[in-house]
Design a protein around this ligand. Structure first.
Ligand code: C5P
Length: 239
């Protein structure tokens, strides 16, 4: 994989106009664009088609979590949009993950297109050990253990990878092997501001720990010259 293809640019904006402006500028400098609930819910699913028209691939980051049939059906719709990746919560359970993996792959086959890479979100990185114990009543396990268990369950259910924090890359890679895709946010080159990210990793460190893809937003989007910022990251990854 080329270094550029590892970068997923987070389109954390409200309007299609802003998003498409970024896509036009950066399609040749990143591997894909992440459309999350902010942009998807304001611009609608047609934004995925519009990004495709400009030559970009799309990670639809909607973190689906519902009964198996509902998530399976939504997975078919996201497959029809020809998304490159989308994600579901591992907390939805084994049956839900199996169903969405099966439904998306059947739909892709029917359409004669490649099946999207479906990723599991394990424990949200915003959840602390204390919240896990006091609000989710998981008292017999550390966050990292639960993350690895859920990553394995996602893999056994037929999903292709996980989204996780940089600090979880190594144990997940160890447990799930080299084919399982690991996508990580919380990436900050040394020359950029941390913003609200607390446990950060440079692109190079994430790559060395075993990440396949990195989600990067503000270090590129808020740079004076976003293309130059993306190029700098590419160079660091290739160094
Ligand atoms: O601007 P920044 O590089 O911090 O953007 C990171 C992107 O990754 C945002 O879209 C954010 O919602 C997402 N994300 C994250 N940390 C997580 C999960 C997702 O920063 N644990």
């Amino acid at each position: 994989m080329q270094a550029k293809d590892r970068i997923i640019l987070a389109l954390d904006v409200d309007t299609a106009q802003e998003a498409l402006g970024l896509v036009k500028q950066l399609t040749d400098y990143v591997g894909a664009f992440k459309i999350g609930m902010q942009l998807f819910n304001s611009a609608g699913p047609d934004i995925v088609r519009q990004v495709h028209e400009l030559g970009g691939k799309v990670f639809v980051d909607l973190k689906l979590h519902d009964i198996p049939n509902t998530v399976g059906s939504a997975g078919k719709v996201l497959t029809r949009l020809n998304s490159f990746m989308f994600n579901v919560h591992a907390a939805g359970g084994r049956e839900m993950m199996r169903k969405v993996a099966r439904d998306a792959s059947e739909e892709a086959m029917k359409l004669g297109i490649g099946a999207p890479l479906i990723l599991a979100v394990t424990v949200l990185t915003s959840i602390s050990a204390q919240e896990l114990a006091e609000e989710m009543y998981v008292t017999d396990m550390k966050v990292e253990e639960l993350v690895v268990k859920w990553a394995l369950m996602a893999q056994e259910s037929g999903l292709g990878g996980v989204v996780c924090s940089p600090r979880e890359i190594v144990p997940i890679r160890q447990a799930c092997g080299s084919d399982f895709k690991i996508v990580t946010p919380g990436i900050r080159p040394l020359w950029s501001a941390a913003n609200d990210q607390k446990r950060i990793t440079t692109p190079r460190q994430a790559l060395e720990m075993g990440a396949d893809y990195m989600v990067i937003g503000r270090p590129i989007v808020q740079a004076e010259d976003p293309r130059e910022a993306a190029l700098k990251i590419i160079n660091e990854l290739e160094a």
